[in-house]
Design a protein around this ligand. Structure first.
Ligand SMILES: [Zn+2]
Length: 449
């Protein structure tokens, strides 16, 4: 059986991920993501109203025209998790394929919302839920399996396409976490089994976000301990405490919510995306995230302002707003608070906790600098970097190669500079550039069998 990989997007950047695997006549597409930084750099762009080709030209979504070079039928579109760089282009591209979208329940829900907000295209693809540990038939001779992994969003999986020539393991995105705050640990046992099955692993496509970083990415339990330490240390402060993190990072939001209650404050989630992700997670049956039943979440401008007014009336020292704006995004809640545009008045000594790292990119760095300055001008004290990454570092990569023992590896989710650490590591494991270690770029195909 011929096996071919098309590296469509996310092989020259972190963002707009898309990869297709053809096994004989059947094709499975992994991820259809957005490169948000290519959108945000322009003022006032509404992607909901934009055409696919214009977004492709901007570099915002994958250029899937290479799909016409693959001789087969798309059987499934498989987003690995709900981050926008993995699902954000589904609303622009999925309608071109006569195939269902298969995802875990939380990811499926987020895709559903994404598709619903789209105004340019009608996306009629079936949305199918499949849990980690489950499989489905692809064509006559292949099987698609979801293996549970741990990442900075809940319900993440690594899909595995079992073919007669061996398995293709799509490794985006994860870290090796044995103590995630929500959900099961990464299923390393299953990865080791897959590596030792008949035929073994033909190809492994790897998340190289942190491939240039030594050591091991700590568990979410470590970020939780850091948060507890910071929040206990300011327990006696009788003014305002505000926290911000990635809205999609439900486990982190949960930790902040719990420690807010521990120090006698009422947590309130504020901001459009904060309300969207946490609301979706709380509504989903079967996802036991453990939010308090009466947790307040407000997304619309008016309800946010009402919540802020209530906080100011009843006393800032009784609440802990969890807000958007960890990267200093100009329109996010924390930045607006810094500019004095909300009813929440920051005063000397108020605390702001950034449970996030600045994404190392000039736009983010500039905006975050500005946001911190604005907050500082109002007297706020900043606690930053209370965070651990959701992506493997080098020792995690080593462990994955050891578990899977793939014949071929393809580094992804980075640019050439970002791949270098992985090329080094795989080289030390006996892989050769051009032979079984394939550093590639967007829009290429690699014929493995
Ligand atoms: Zn991700």
């Amino acid at each position: 059986m011929e096996i071919e990989i098309a590296t469509i997007g996310g092989y020259e950047e972190v963002g707009r991920q898309m990869t297709a695997v053809r096994a004989g006549d059947d094709i499975v597409v992994f991820d259809m993501g957005l490169n948000l930084s290519k959108v945000l750099i322009h003022d006032n762009i509404r992607t909901e109203e934009m055409r696919s080709l214009d977004l492709i030209d901007m570099g915002a979504i994958p250029d899937d025209r290479v799909m016409s070079e693959l001789d087969g039928e798309v059987q499934a579109i498989v987003p690995t998790h709900g981050h926008l760089d993995h699902i954000g282009a589904i609303s622009k591209l999925a309608h071109r394929y006569d195939a269902p979208i298969v995802a875990t329940p939380f990811t499926r829900e987020l895709v559903d919302e994404e598709v619903h907000d789209e105004s340019e295209y009608v996306v009629n693809n079936d949305l199918i839920s499949m849990e980690a540990g489950e499989s489905m038939q692809i064509g006559e001779r292949c099987e698609l399996e979801f293996v549970n992994v741990t990442h900075s969003i809940i319900d993440a999986i690594n899909p595995v396409l079992h073919t007669p020539e061996g398995s293709v393991v799509y490794g985006l995105d994860k870290r090796v976490d044995h103590t995630p705050v929500i959900g099961d640990p990464i299923d390393m046992k299953r990865f080791r089994e897959i590596g030792r099955e008949d035929g073994g692993v033909l190809c492994y496509i790897e998340d190289c976000t942190n491939a240039n970083r030594k050591g091991r990415t700590p568990s979410e339990a470590v970020a939780r301990r850091q948060l507890r330490d910071v929040m206990r240390s300011i327990e006696d402060w009788d003014g305002g405490i505000v926290a911000t993190t990635f809205s999609s990072h439900i486990a982190r939001v949960k930790s902040i919510v719990e420690f807010a209650q521990d120090i006698g404050r009422e947590p309130v989630l504020l901001g459009r995306s904060m309300e969207q992700y946490s609301g979706t997670a709380a509504r989903l049956d079967g996802l036991d995230i453990g939010f308090p039943d009466d947790l307040g979440m407000y997304g619309h401008r008016k309800s946010v302002d009402r919540a802020f007014k209530r906080i100011m009336n009843e006393g800032k020292e009784k609440f802990l707003p969890v807000v958007t704006g960890h990267q200093g995004e100009p329109r996010a809640m924390l930045t607006r608070m810094g500019r004095g545009e909300t009813p929440f008045e920051l005063t000397d000594g108020d605390k702001v906790i950034f449970s996030a790292r600045v994404i190392p990119e000039p736009t983010n760095e500039g905006q975050r600098y500005q946001s911190e300055k604005l907050l500082g001008m109002q007297g706020a004290r900043i606690y930053d970097d209370v965070h651990v990454s959701g992506h493997l570092r080098q020792e995690g990569h080593y462990q994955m190669l050891d578990a899977l023992q793939p014949q071929h590896v393809i580094p992804a989710h980075q640019d050439m500079k970002g791949f270098s650490g992985y090329v080094d590591l795989a080289g030390n494991k006996g892989y050769d550039l051009g032979r079984d270690l394939h550093v590639t770029s967007n829009g290429n195909t690699i014929q493995l069998v």
